[in-house]
Design a binder for this molecule. Sequence first.
Ligand code: ZN
Length: 287
Amino acid sequence: MNRIGIDLGGTKTEGILLNENLEPIERKRILTPQNDYSAILNSIVDLVNELKTKTNESTMGICTPGAISKKTGLIKNSNTQCLIGMPLKEDLEKALGQKVSMENDANCFAMAEAKMGAAKDYNMVFGVIMGTGVGGGIIINEKIHQGRTNIAGEWGHHTLYQNGNKCYCGKSGCVETYISGPALEKKWNDLTGKQESLPQIIQNLDNDIANQWKNEFLNNFGTALANVIDILDPDAIVLGGGVSNISFLYDEGKKAVYDSVFSDLVDTPILKNQLGDSAGVFGASLL
Ligand SMILES: [Zn+2]
């Protein structure tokens, strides 16, 4: 059967129709309506119906920002605020007259990279998103491992430092408050007084302050990901999100991880994603 995937982002919504061999038949991008739930709902329905004109029958999956409550099926913790508390899956199923699968962006990313991207030869894959936030998804034999309460893989909110940086989630010292893009830029600003973006920062890391910034980053990245390996021992880890473009994560970063793992044998591949921005929409179609 053909597959439709929708990637609902904060600014753009992308739709794709794949054939049985997972090759794109049609692909379309629209702007996401702002601050208006029913406008977002209608725009997704229109996009799906347009893709449906090119196929007889298809499955339908959607990738959303934020987590989906296991208890209520409603979206929680989304940075697209008008989605919070809304029954998007149920409303889409009603409007489209078919079953809809819905997952958060980290799980969709992990699914896409495990099935058709950088980690496609591995059974158990930990997909990491390091961008505005830090998230993760676990794929076991081509299936998402959601966990009892849908939080499996959420390594961004495990505690790196007790009484550390305050996190929006209500806790302190979460990984996300140290190695997300905004957290790294804030730390740079605290150390240097400069307001620079991550790509600007990593262009010249050749003085003592810059070294301090980089070493703290590597230590935090290493400890946080080593904790994941100690518990999960995945066959491969794939990195995605804006922070994953930093090339030293794949040599010095990998070494920092390996140095912190509880084992005499560590060889977990830490891979750069292959699908880039397309992971969300491909992952959604694979649900
Ligand atoms: Zn947190």
